[in-house]
Ligand binder design. Structure first.
Ligand SMILES: Nc1ncnc2c1ncn2[C@@H]1O[C@H](COP(=O)(O)OP(=O)(O)OP(=O)(O)O)[C@@H](O)[C@H]1O
Ligand SMILES: [Mg+2]
Length: 350
């Protein structure tokens, strides 16, 4: 696992100081997939703000809706509800020119760059293509600029003539990053950018992303199910469960005093913390797919559930220090260290 090191710019500073201006804002995003008779509410009423130059982590177990949310933010999947703003400008998904402009400002980096790179283009041509199409550069200039961009992401000019299948996974991810940066974006949405890579090169790619994020003052939405990596990369974290953001706040505070029971379980499940995996955290996909129709979505798995939680759906409770948690016990939990559990522990519902 990646060593846990604190982001030097980390969550300890007051958020109101950090976030000067909002770059990307989303309100009430809903994504519903229909396959035959099955409907999946992948994203449920998610609202978020990404400040200029701010790095925000999005964590949660497999299938909770992280990729769907990122795709909704890129306008790559239809949303059933919700609004987007870039700066103070609303983004109209029906206005194709506005969408094109928006996509130049917000770029996505995928988990597996193999699928997103054209197998028939060399790495140089893949980056040059973006520069000619999006930035309007002449071909010659674009090729020169592409080589320079590739060098900035650690791809030697000798590799500019190679095709994706002739590159390693890490090299392909670097090319994917160079393509995203070639657009000249203000924000990067990175969806598990290193989880398909060898552990030995994960840190290199993470450091590269972080370097660009800081140098170019990019806003970063960093998706991962590795909490240590998010602690390293991000100032703020959002925890997602069954399509909802259940907790958010500065990384340090959320990790030290998680204010939602699900965050507590996730933190306990971190393998290198030398604690047994919490029962039921990874083997209950069916409950994630079919959370209860009413009450708290986390009710069946919650060790602290009470009768109220079965009937009422909790709204986000604002907490001190720019945090919030969708839990009736939010205030109580927010004051406790992550190892303190004075409440009665309940086994998951069978
Ligand atoms: N194109 C699709 N059609 C139907 N269902 C989908 C589609 N894409 C995702 N889903 C479902 O939506 C839910 C959320 O999926 P999503 O890929 O957004 O989760 P995720 O948090 O990114 O998971 P992972 O960590 O495995 O990448 C899952 O139940 C998934 O099966
Ligand atoms: Mg995903």
């Amino acid at each position: 696992m990646f060593p846990v090191e604190r982001n030097p710019d980390g969550g300890s500073r007051d958020l109101s100081e950090q976030i000067q201006q909002v770059l990307l804002k989303a309100k009430g995003i809903e994504v519903v997939y229909r396959r035959g008779r099955q409907t999946t509410r992948a994203v449920r009423g998610v609202s978020l703000e990404l400040g200029i130059g701010e790095s925000v982590g999005l964590v949660g177990e497999s299938g909770c809706g992280k990729t769907s949310l990122a795709k909704a933010l890129m306008l790559l999947v239809p949303t059933q509800a919700g609004d987007l703003w870039l700066g103070s400008q609303p983004v109209d998904p029906q206005d194709h020119r506005a969408v094109r402009r928006y996509r130049r400002s917000v770029q996505m980096v995928f988990q597996d760059p193999h699928g997103s790179l054209n197998p028939r283009l060399t790495s140089g041509a893949a980056v040059a293509e973006v520069l000619t199409v999006v930035r309007g550069m002449a071909r010659r200039q674009a090729l020169q600029e592409a080589v320079s961009l590739l060098e900035q992401v650690g791809i030697d000019s000798a590799l500019a003539g190679r095709y994706p299948h002739e590159l390693s996974g890490g090299q392909r991810q670097r090319v994917g990053l160079a393509r995203a940066l070639a657009v000249g974006p203000q924000a990067l949405l990175a969806d598990e950018p290193v989880s398909a890579l060898d552990v030995s090169i994960q840190a290199q790619i993470l450091n590269l992303i972080r370097r660009f994020q800081m140098e170019r003052k990019l806003s970063l939405l960093f998706i991962s199910h590795d909490l240590a990596v998010v602690g390293y990369m991000c100032q703020r974290v959002m925890v997602m469960y069954a399509g909802e953001i259940v907790e958010e706040g500065p990384v340090d505070r959320v990790y030290e005093q998680p204010a939602h029971p699900y965050t507590r379980l996730l933190l306990e499940a971190v393998p290198d913390l030398d604690r047994p995996l919490v029962r039921g955290i990874h083997d209950r996909e069916t409950e994630l797919l079919h959370p209860p129709q009413e009450g708290c979505l986390f009710y069946p798995r919650c060790p602290f559930r009470e009768e109220q939680c079965r009937r009422e759906h909790p709204e986000p409770v604002p907490l001190a220090g720019g945090r919030s948690s969708r839990c009736f016990l939010a205030e109580e939990l927010a004051g406790l260290g992550r190892d303190e559990t004075p409440l009665t522990w309940k086994e998951p519902v069978e």
